[in-house]
Design a protein. Structure first.
Length: 367
């Protein structure tokens, strides 16, 4: 079989596409299941080690295919056990992937884009600008690399129990690649995560929420951060296109009885901006009829920001108001901030095509 100019990365292929690939080279579709087990259950990337494949097939795969996850460029470990990897994709781009260990769970936070085009004012990722979407292999490859680094299972227990797409980027702006990666996370021959264990976080891409509802079963998180349009537009500019009323309708549809899901609303508390008791009361009014949970996130500072974290007493007072209003509300514990791995601090390396990072540096230096 002739060598293709560009070998296909099998990490880019979900079950259906992998079956089509094997059929296209004259093999039975069940070969896809065999290879998926080797890749995702055994962590094998060398076709020579896939001993239940015939020698001629292994030789052919070497010529036309590869299993190539992103490269780990560096690793940092926080005093609290949080681990952060810088994962590179060639061409100077890289993203940060974070593992957060807890007594009864281990959460992996992964990225879907290099940088982010949405420019939310409280997020360091947005300040870096945007380079490109990640491919499916670059998304699922983050999970693969973390699983290998951690040991996918230890003493019969999974190290990674939950995956959240809350790293760099807006996942619903990279829909097809993200869904392919989600399929591999969910599939029994992939990582086998239950729907409630995989969470996609969006800044409020309303059409994407409807599309996701009809495509794959995963948990949804929405970066809300304000209970009213005027304030939310300053924090999340996407709100100008998809205001809160439209966003709430898409969320209500996502969690309807037909779909039997819940949605988590993320609310970053910023000193003097969105942490007033009146904001809490408006939040209760907005969310009380929607099956949901509220995740209150203390703002994590980054260089160049003018925002500060709300004081602890104000955070607790805010939580008390919304809980008395009937909402389920938790305060996210800040993890990994000593290695800049906390929520909103991920930066990676972005070859910014928007020039946003350059403009911000000019503003900071007065150039």
């Amino acid at each position: 079989m002739p060598v293709r100019e560009t070998r296909i990365n099998l990490l880019d292929l979900d079950e259906n596409r992998l079956q089509e690939f094997f059929e296209s080279i004259g093999e039975k579709s069940f070969r896809a299941h065999q290879v998926m087990k080797w890749i995702y259950h055994q962590g094998v990337t060398d076709f020579n080690q896939m001993t239940n494949l015939g020698l001629s097939l292994r030789q052919s795969l070497h010529q036309i295919a590869e299993i190539q996850p992103p490269q780990i460029l560096s690793t940092q470990t926080s005093v609290d056990g949080t681990r952060k990897w810088l994962m590179g994709f060639g061409g100077g781009n890289a993203v940060e992937t974070v593992f957060i260990p807890e007594p009864n769970r281990g959460t992996l936070c992964i990225s879907s884009q290099v940088g982010c085009a949405l420019n939310c004012s409280f997020c360091s990722t947005g300040a870096q600008g945007f380079s490109r979407n990640l491919s499916a292999s670059e998304i699922i490859g983050q999970v693969w690399q973390a699983a290998q680094a951690l040991g996918h299972e230890r003493n019969g227990q999974r190290r990674i129990t939950n995956v959240v797409l809350m790293g760099m980027g807006e996942p619903l702006l990279n829909f097809d690649a993200v869904v392919s990666a989600l399929s591999l996370m969910r599939h029994d021959l992939g990582f086998g995560f239950a729907a409630k264990r995989v969470t996609l976080s969006t800044a409020g891409m309303v059409p994407g929420i409807y599309r996701l509802r009809d495509t794959i079963d995963v948990a949804l998180a929405v970066s809300l951060h304000a209970p009213e349009d005027e304030l939310r537009e300053t924090l999340v500019p996407l709100n100008r296109k998809y205001p809160i009323r439209e966003l709430m309708q898409s969320c209500a549809d996502y969690v309807s009885d037909k779909h039997k899901r819940t949605v988590t609303f993320e609310y970053t508390l910023i000193d003097g901006v969105n942490d007033h008791p009146d904001h809490a009361r408006k939040l209760v009014k907005l969310l009380r009829r929607l099956p949901s949970k509220l995740n209150l996130i203390p703002f994590n500072p980054f260089p160049g920001t003018g925002y500060r974290c709300s004081p602890e007493p104000r955070i607790r007072a805010f939580q008390e108001i919304v809980m008395k209003g009937g909402l389920i509300a938790t305060v996210r514990k800040t993890r990994g901030d000593d290695i800049d791995a906390a929520c909103g601090q991920l930066v990676g390396k972005v070859l910014d095509r928007t020039r946003r990072s350059e403009r911000i540096r000019e503003q900071m230096t007065g150039a």
